[in-house]
Unconditional design. Structure first.
Length: 326
């Protein structure tokens, strides 16, 4: 009797997958993205109509960053643009995402910005630092302190939402803040004499920015996600081509309401990865030199800071096959 039962179960499961597949493919793939150069770059493909030309039905939805993760966790999106560390947070506390594509790593846009009179990380000892505790800026700060012979116990953390850090530094309530662009740049502009005493350029690979897809959508629509991945590298080539970079920057700047000349500075602090570069980071490495090992460091940080309770299975969050297959 066991064999017929298994056969029946397999048939039912197959029918269920077919129904899910039909239902999922009837709707466009919904992707949440937000204000970060490596994700604003998607706008180039949207503007040029490249997804339609590739034969994939995609709907991009613009969010504030945290709201995009909340929408993904609520099942309103098939995929979302996140950092690798926040992908683990969302998976452990909300909904699992599989990182199929590495857009970039931060190369200077994430900064520790100190008030006038503070010229180095070492001078932050005993000072108040505004940072969104438990998020990627907190991890950047810990790395900055460690590199300079300090620890978290040597400073006083003030929990501040990232988008409020420029105002908090300007108020004088803290001696430094940790934020990413455009907030870090706003702090430098708004606070006379302020200085970036540390940035993600001092630790490349600390923060990878990725596209994380729900496991169900990836399983059902893998061929469609392969098309999305291929379009992404068309976008990267367009940005890297000297003949088309100005057009790409103009499209990206318009999305966030900035002048192209201003936005070029943001792009400089973002290492948008070519296909060959991304393939290397999907391979095993040590420290921050691969997506896997960097994510393990982020996982340790998240557990240590009680962002979630149990270490995550890093391998289950990464599927580089679509990138490696190009």
């Amino acid at each position: 009797m066991i064999k017929p039962l298994r056969t029946l179960a397999a048939a039912v499961a197959g029918l269920a997958i077919s129904v899910i597949s039909f239902a999922t493919q009837a709707e466009p793939l919904k992707i949440g993205y937000s204000d970060w150069p490596g994700w604003v770059a998607w706008e180039v493909g949207i503007e040029k109509g490249w997804f339609k030309k590739a034969g994939v039905d995609v709907e991009f939805e613009w969010f504030d960053y945290v709201a995009s993760m909340d929408a993904f966790a609520a099942g309103k999106l098939d995929a979302v643009a996140m950092t690798n560390g926040d992908t683990l947070v969302t998976g452990a506390t909300g909904a699992r995402g599989v990182m199929i594509l590495i857009n970039d790593y931060s190369n200077g846009n994430d900064m520790v910005v100190a008030r006038a009179g503070i010229e180095s990380v070492k001078e932050l000892k005993g000072k108040k630092i505004g940072v969104e505790v438990g998020f990627v800026s907190h991890l950047l700060l810990l790395d900055a302190l460690e590199q300079n012979g300090l620890s978290e116990e040597d400073v006083e953390l003030v929990n501040v939402p990232t988008n409020e850090t420029p105002q908090v530094l300007a108020s004088g309530d803290v001696d430094a803040i940790v934020a990413w662009q455009p907030n870090s740049g706003m702090a430098l502009q708004q606070v006379p004499g302020s200085t970036a005493v540390f940035s993600s350029a001092d630790q490349p690979g600390l923060i990878y920015d990725v596209l994380a897809v729900s496991p169900v959508s990836l399983a059902v629509n893998k061929a469609e996600w392969a098309k999305v991945t291929k379009v992404w590298y068309r976008i990267v080539d367009y940005i890297n081509n000297p003949a088309t970079v100005d057009d790409a920057v103009a499209i990206m700047a318009a999305r966030v309401g900035l002048k192209p000349s201003e936005y070029k500075e943001f792009i400089k602090g973002t290492k948008i990865l070519t296909l060959e570069e991304a393939k290397q980071f999907f391979k095993e490495g040590q420290g921050y030199k691969s997506l896997s090992s960097s994510s393990k460091i982020a996982d340790d940080f998240n557990v240590a800071n009680k962002v979630y309770g149990e270490p995550q299975d890093i391998d289950s969050y990464i599927d580089g096959s679509l990138t490696l297959g190009l």
